[in-house]
Ligand binder design. Structure first.
Ligand SMILES: Cc1cc2nc3c(=O)[nH]c(=O)nc-3n(C[C@H](O)[C@H](O)[C@H](O)COP(=O)(O)OP(=O)(O)OC[C@H]3O[C@@H](n4cnc5c(N)ncnc54)[C@H](O)[C@@H]3O)c2cc1C
Length: 460
């Protein structure tokens, strides 16, 4: 009887899972394997918020497999050693896995291929698992470039790519007799407590959110996604990050709705894929400037601390940072203005901010986080790298009634929108006139900051 292993990584789902489907086609018995990878833990990538989401997702996956007569097999240790061990114990002749884009994933794949080959077993890598368009499938015509460095031409080609069809969830999964560790609990994966407003992980939750998103809010996405108070984005990012939801299925289902909202949403999904193809081609963009600008970043520990704590004196930036801490998530507009504030207004190395985001974001993802940070800092793929976002203009535009700010900054709840927007411009006497104000004065003057940034970067 043929046996093979389906190694789950960032594809924790049964619906539209090419890895699992291929394994089931290949063999009568399949080991649905997840390895709690101690290597990733040591690298500091498992933090309480993502650990909690991961633990939920694994429990949900195990329950879904049990409904189909199977179960999730869990091992703890080095992912390559454990996978090879399980393959040997069960006599599996192949291991199926999704192709990744980070250095870590590529190294894991190379090591797995070599180790398995030594044992006369095969590694089968499925590229259309984590993104709808596999990284590397599209390259600019002529010039021998291996990836797109600018979004718009990428998007044009991406739109006409023929995306594979959606695969059904399997009806039955037959697992050979093999030892499994217990499902991990969040506390055993990472020390520390998760954010109180964290969403629940897992494919069931992903599918519920997908249904409610498609059945209404999606159609207004084009008009409302930047409205900070409206909370009108999909919040699907953590499910995409852990693969509880397939990017391919999401794309097909969004495309089936021919509305301006759906078109705008599909464009955002393309950004995710754009960043993945950049990181796949340039793995060192995770920690090196994609386009070096010879910045002389400032050393500003007190300002960094104020930014992390949401105490910069710029209400919209502070609201974003408090939401991050409370929910492990924030909408794209909030991420952008908080990142721009650190990297350009405070002129602090984007890596400092990216690390803080990765410490808290439940969807914290090397491709999306690092490359969006680089975009915001002007060291990445932004075609206007030296523009500065003014937090006062951003606040008036994207939170005109000050509702988002008041939601996340309780100390400003008693103020009307006009006062909230004016607050950073008030002098000492103006602030003294506001009764019971317990909120810091701005840590930086915007004009001074803009001049400092331009001088540091050597631009007019
Ligand atoms: C500084 C910074 C850091 C970021 N870090 C991450 C991160 O670690 N993980 C992450 O998934 N996203 C990250 N993003 C991208 C984006 O902000 C989030 O994906 C989005 O806000 C998640 O909310 P949503 O699911 O409601 O998005 P929606 O607005 O509903 O968009 C749908 C999906 O499109 C994709 N998407 C949207 N905007 C972007 C974008 N700018 N880049 C890439 N994909 C996008 C996401 O997969 C998202 O789930 C970051 C953006 C910035 C500016």
């Amino acid at each position: 009887m043929r046996v093979c292993v389906a190694l789950f990584t960032a594809d924790l789902r049964l619906h539209d899972n090419p890895v699992l489907q291929a394994a089931l086609r290949d063999a009568e018995r399949v080991v649905p394997l997840f390895v709690v990878d101690t290597g990733i833990r040591r690298a500091g990538f498992v933090v309480p918020n993502r650990a909690a989401f991961l633990a939920d997702s694994l429990a949900d996956l195990d329950a879904a497999l049990r409904e189909r007569g199977g179960r999730l097999v869990v091992r703890v240790g080095d992912v390559v050693e454990e996978t090879c061990r399980v393959a040997a114990e069960t006599g599996a002749d192949a291991v199926h896995v999704a192709g990744g884009v980070s250095r870590y994933a590529v190294r894991r794949e190379d090591r797995l291929r070599a180790e398995l080959a030594g044992d006369r077993r095969e590694l089968r890598v499925h590229d259309a698992s984590l993104t709808a368009v596999p990284p590397g499938a599209l390259t600019p015509s002529g010039g021998g470039k291996d990836h797109f460095a600018v979004f718009t031409p990428y998007f044009r080609r991406w739109e006409s790519f023929s995306v594979r069809r959606v695969l059904p969830a399997p009806d039955a999964v037959r697992v050979p007799d093999v030892r499994s560790a217990d499902l991990p609990r969040a506390e055993s994966l990472a020390a520390g407590s998760a954010s109180p407003g964290l969403p629940e992980g897992g494919e069931s939750g992903a599918r519920r959110r997908l249904r409610s998103w498609l059945s209404g809010p999606l159609s207004a996405y084009d008009e409302r996604h930047d409205d900070l108070a409206a909370d009108a984005t999909s919040r699907l990012s953590p499910y995409l990050h852990f693969g509880c939801l397939s990017a391919t299925e999401l794309l097909h289902r969004a495309r089936s709705q021919d509305t301006p909202g759906a078109h705008a949403f599909v464009r955002q999904l393309a950004w995710r894929e754009f960043h993945h193809q950049v990181l796949a081609a340039r793995p060192d963009a995770a920690d090196h400037d994609y386009r070096p600008r010879h910045d002389r970043w400032r050393h500003a520990p007190k300002e960094i601390e104020a930014w992390r704590d949401g105490r910069t004196g710029y209400p919209v930036v502070d609201a974003a940072m408090r939401q991050l801490r409370h929910e492990g998530w924030m909408p794209g507009r909030a991420r952008l203005l908080a990142a721009s504030f650190l990297a350009k207004t405070l002129y602090v190395d984007w890596r400092v901010g990216a690390r803080h985001f990765l410490d808290l974001l439940v969807d914290g993802d090397l491709a999306n986080n690092q490359l969006n940070w680089q975009w915001a800092a002007g060291t990445g793929t932004d075609t206007r790298p030296n523009r500065l976002l003014n937090p006062l203009v951003q606040a008036r535009r994207f939170d005109p009634d000050g509702e988002y700010v008041r939601r996340w900054l309780p100390e400003l709840r008693h103020l009307d929108a006009g006062t909230v927007h004016r607050l950073p411009r008030l002098d000492e006497a103006g602030r003294a006139g506001l009764e019971g104000l317990d909120y810091p004065a701005p840590i930086v003057d915007l004009e001074t900051a803009a001049a400092r940034f331009r001088a540091g970067r050597g631009v007019d």
